[in-house]
Design a protein around this ligand. Structure first.
Ligand code: NAD
Length: 474
């Protein structure tokens, strides 16, 4: 039977539950209300935590093969519903259907790949009279708090990381994009014992309730740096384990030896993907002065052709930004173009439209200190900047509180490597950007986060380390 996308419930202990009060998200392409979703109360959270703690007792002792089997079956059901989920994702997030489909497919790929990794048990010493082992044991109950830009794949990374390592998980989607997250939990009901995978939708009070709750052992949080600080402060009261995947302001450094024809479409697509609302993609583009003018002209021509509109239209590349708050933030940033005497070589104004549409905007060589360079726009607004000296561009790329990603583009791999080795970011690339894999750890430096997700390292962060000492004769 097809997944029903007309009604939405919490998932607690493998039951669909409702709440006395409900709310709804908004379709950002036309500002029409999406269906009602629960507003979870403290009581709903108590019930979910109680079910999760009970489930943890047996799930944590279920062997890896069984957990892997359940996750693979779950991935299959998500895959079987990928078209429905992609349509729902476009309706709640706004991204074009092609990008929504890619996200759902990535989520399935994440699930299937994470379970191919094996947590090591390491023998640290093995002598005639003593053995010392180091191994990983699950933490308990994980609260997974997810933002609105990639609500499916980011949720899936947390769900699978947690349950594969033997934890129970409570997913909290963003109030802006609660729909797919609730359906991911609904699909999980057929594959996991009650209490292992649950989801609660709520308003702004639910996140803080989770970070404070004594029955939750870890918060896996993805969102803004400002909220990350609040989450960390709150988690300190119960000494919860914590992973923070936060904001970014990634620099891409373009050297003078690149093939413009090949590089411009890639950089342009990366910078404007998901209407610029990707945590870790090109947000400051440093172009070598020798090729600056030609690069700018070709980039403007290429980006100027991106079709913008409702994500359900087949040819669209630029959808709306996701919500009213983000739309207004972007408009405020756009106003600084005129106020700071900057030049928009593309876009720069926001026409009236039925949705939250911001036309792609490129700002020509603004001063390094301008807001448009210093702040993460999280909208289709890209500053391009000129450079000539290698040490100087490295210093400018690193002159940010953020350190999520950074890239260098050059045909000379030695030169690119020399530059990339000096960039302060958790993910650095040569001749690409935002290339991520479920088997590779992902995390930010500086104010872009604490800890990692994905890869073996990410899995260990859903665990405690345990050291076992065995004296061979008493
Ligand atoms: P946000 O911080 O406003 O919200 C993220 C989540 O936290 C939501 O589910 C929200 O309801 C919840 N939340 C809000 N206040 C909370 C509190 N006090 N305690 C607990 N939870 C709370 O972020 P957003 O606007 O949804 O997402 C955009 C931001 O996320 C951008 O800065 C982007 O760079 C960042 N992001 C980072 C990554 C990464 O992997 N590093 C990935 C995607 C997005």
């Amino acid at each position: 039977m097809d997944l029903d996308t007309t009604s939405f419930s919490n998932v607690i202990n493998n039951c669909l539950t409702s709440t006395p009060e409900t709310r709804h998200g908004i379709n950002p392409a036309n500002r029409q209300p999406n269906p009602e979703v629960p507003i979870s109360t403290g009581r709903d959270l108590e019930e979910a935590v109680k079910a999760a703690r009970a489930a943890f007792k047996t799930w944590s002792t279920t062997d890896f093969d069984k957990r892997r089997e359940a996750i693979n079956a779950y991935a299959k059901s998500v895959e079987a519903n990928k078209s429905i989920l992609a349509q729902l994702l476009t309706k709640e997030q706004g991204k074009p259907l092609s990008q929504a489909m890619q996200e759902v497919e990535l989520a399935v790929h994440w699930a299937r790949t994470l379970v191919t990794l094996a947590l090591p048990e390491t023998t640290l010493e093995d002598t005639d009279n003593r053995q010392i082992l180091q191994r990983y044991t699950p933490l308990g109950v994980v609260g997974a708090i997810v933002p609105w830009n990639y609500p499916v794949v980011l949720a899936m990374g947390k769900i699978i990381g947690a349950v594969y390592t033997g934890n129970a998980v409570i997913l909290k989607p963003s109030p802006y994009t609660p729909y797919c997250g609730l359906k991911l939990a609904e699909l999980a009901m057929d594959h996991f014992p009650p209490g292992v995978m649950q989801a609660l939708s709520g308003d702004d009070t639910l996140g803080p309730m989770m970070t404070e709750h004594g029955g939750i052992d870890k918060i896996s949080f993805t969102g803004s740096t400002a909220t990350g600080r609040l989450v960390m402060a709150s988690c300190s009261k119960t000494l919860k384990r914590l992973t923070l995947e936060l904001g970014g302001n990634d620099a891409a450094i373009i050297c003078d030896d690149i093939d413009l024809e090949a590089v411009i479409p890639k950089v342009a697509t990366l910078a404007f993907l998901c209407s610029g609302q990707t945590c870790m993609t090109v947000k400051r583009l440093y172009i070598h002065e020798k090729i600056y003018d030609e690069f700018r002209a070709r980039l403007v021509k290429f980006v100027g052709k991106f079709p913008m509109g409702e994500g359900t239209r087949p040819d669209v590349f630029i959808g709306p930004v996701q919500n009213w708050m983000q739309f207004n933030k972007a408009k405020v940033l756009m106003r600084t173009i005129e106020a700071d005497n900057l030049t928009a070589v593309l876009g720069g104004t926001v026409p009236e439209s039925p949705g939250y549409f911001i036309p792609p905007t490129i700002v020509d060589n603004p001063p390094e200190a301008s807001r448009i360079v210093q702040e993460e726009p999280f909208a289709p607004i890209l500053p391009i900047l000129k450079w000539s000296d290698e040490a100087d561009v490295i210093a400018r790329a690193n002159a940010s509180d953020m350190g999520l990603g950074a890239s260098v583009w050059s045909q000379d791999l030695e030169r690119a490597r020399r530059i990339v080795d000096r960039l302060e970011a958790g993910n650095v690339w040569i001749n690409t950007h935002f290339e991520v894999e479920p088997f590779a750890p992902f995390g930010g430096h500086k104010s872009s986060g604490i800890g990692t997700e994905w890869g073996l390292l990410g899995l260990t962060q859903f665990c405690n380390s345990q050291t076992v000492y065995v004296k061979k004769s008493p």
